[in-house]
Design a protein around this ligand. Structure first.
Ligand SMILES: [Zn+2]
Length: 114
């Protein structure tokens, strides 16, 4: 396995690896299958239960505190993992994205004045 996860392909390969799948479960177990950020807020957010006839909604993610893109050596370090709900995960990713990507162009306001 290359010690680099820069491209989508490299990341995909990593997330499909047996080593990651196993470690991911270790992290979930350690975190009691709860979102760690919600927990810090005094809330309990756990994975939804699969409902009959419905697709299982994925609520919990195992997140790398230090992204593997920049810290490939921490990709398989349990201490670098945290269980987050989809909301908190998006917030975290959103923040990171803001730093990496310039803000999208503002919409031009070309409505006419009435
Ligand atoms: Zn949460």
């Amino acid at each position: 396995m290359p010690l680099e996860y820069k491209t989508e392909q490299q990341k995909k390969a990593f997330y499909n690896s047996g080593a990651w799948k196993k470690l991911r479960l270790d992290a979930l177990e350690r975190d009691n299958y709860e979102c760690q950020h919600c927990k810090a807020d005094g809330k309990v957010t756990v994975d939804s239960v699969k409902e009959e006839g419905k697709r299982k909604e994925i609520v919990l993610n195992v997140d790398h505190k230090y992204p593997i893109e920049f810290y490939p050596k921490l990709a398989l370090v349990l201490d670098n993992l945290q269980t987050l709900c989809i909301n908190h995960h998006n917030i975290k990713e959103g923040r990171t994205m803001d730093k990496i990507r310039p803000k999208s162009k503002k919409k031009k306001w070309d409505d006419e004045w009435w």
